[in-house]
Design a protein around this ligand. Structure first.
Ligand code: PLP
Length: 369
């Protein structure tokens, strides 16, 4: 079967291989069958192994998008007597704050620049002056801008202050290497449709087992999105408590196999080459980007929009879409940007092709000759 290849330059769901797409075409199966339990067990174990050892860490799977998993972690692990500090330096940090506000979880917000690195001294001052702090939550790679946050340093601060550390690595996991133990991360959230290059529909929380088991007595705030309940049920049964996205799991298995083949380091090297190609092209076309190379994730680039009346994002989007490239609007307050992500099964040659189309668009609107 020939499947049209679209080059998705949005930050997930990403372009996938045909083998991942086709892995979903399987005989119908009841997800309560052992064969399917084995498949989920394979996915959970292999996901854990990308970031930690399976004696100390376990992956809890949810049917749902990435936000469901972030919500599951935040509503499940912080007791009423606890308090979480959330670092907000973009839309996804803000989303964490929204979640704890909905669940009325005591929260302190550390607002940080959306384009500059986190000031670690100021963060530690806030930790020192906050009574009763038990958790700290942050984003690994702020997809809003492309800013890569210094999770290693914040993890060391958490260790020093004996604070449990929660990281949303939705757009970092499976490309930017993570070692939960040395980074002192207790809970890491990610999903099936970004750098792991599977289909949308599964979120996962990789958890320090000892930390997770200590949450067993916290009263449930959500029935569906309870981390410990799903963990305990899966340990016993190899099943999710509620109907899982069956075919998406078959695709995830294939995506995991392909991630092993390429290796995380190899994948990040491929993404990096695409990103470097993009930045070279932007320089040639006279377009600027928001985040310094030094603090850049190499995964998504926020590009300053051309400053001319003839430019229109929607028109540019449609121009690219017709030619097989999907681009993404900006999301940063105070800056007019659009975003290009270089994740998924694409490489620098696709970025070169994209740059040709970008050049043609800029000529068409008389931004360049
Ligand atoms: C860092 C981060 N967190 C959370 C999310 C939310 O994921 P979803 O849209 O799958 O709910 C995203 C999505 O792009 C993200 O980049």
């Amino acid at each position: 079967m020939k499947i049209t290849r679209n080059v998705l330059l949005n930050p997930g769901p990403a372009t996938t291989t045909d083998s991942v797409k086709l892995a979903q075409a399987v005989p119908d199966i009841c997800p309560r069958e052992q064969e399917f339990g084995d498949l989920m067990e394979f996915c959970a174990t292999e996901i854990t192994k990308f970031v930690g050892n399976t004696n100390d860490y376990a992956t809890v799977l949810f049917g749902g998008s990435g936000t469901a998993t972030v919500e599951a972690i935040l509503n499940s692990v912080i007791p009423d007597s606890g308090k979480v500090l959330i670092i907000d330096n973009g839309a996804y940090g803000k989303r964490m704050c929204q979640i704890t506000s909905v669940y009325k979880i005591p929260t302190v917000i550390y607002e940080s620049s959306s384009i500059e690195p986190i000031n670690l001294n100021a963060l530690e001052d806030l930790i020192n002056s906050t009574e009763g702090l038990t958790h700290l939550a942050m984003i690994h790679h702020e997809t809003t801008t492309g800013l890569l946050n210094d999770v290693t340093s914040v993890g060391a601060i958490c260790k020093k202050h004996n604070i449990s550390f929660i990281v949303d690595s939705m757009s970092g996991f499976a490309a930017i290497p993570v070692d939960m133990k040395s980074m002192n991360i207790d809970y890491l959230a990610a999903s099936s449709n970004k750098n792991i290059q599977g289909m949308a529909g599964i979120g996962f929380a990789i958890c320090n087992k000892a930390a997770l088991e200590s949450t067993a007595s916290i009263p449930m705030r959500s029935l569906y999105l309870n981390l410990y309940a799903q963990y305990a049920y899966f340990e016993k049964t190899h099943q999710t408590r509620f109907t899982p996205p069956v075919q998406t799991f078959y695709a995830l298995k294939q995506a995991i196999v392909e991630t092993h083949e390429e290796t995380i380091e190899g994948r990040y090297a491929r993404y990096t080459k695409s990103w470097e190609t993009l930045l070279d092209g932007l320089d040639t076309l006279g377009l600027e980007y928001l985040i310094d190379k030094e603090h850049h994730s190499r995964i998504i680039t926020s590009i300053i929009e051309p400053n001319t009346e003839t430019y229109d994002f929607n028109e540019m989007h449609d121009y690219f879409f017709e030619k097989g490239f999907t681009i993404y609007p900006g999301k940063v307050n105070n800056y007019d940007t659009f975003r290009i992500s270089n994740i998924g099964q694409i490489d620098y040659k696709d970025i070169k092709d994209f740059l040709k189309v970008l050049k043609a668009y800029l000529v068409k609107i008389n931004y360049i000759q």
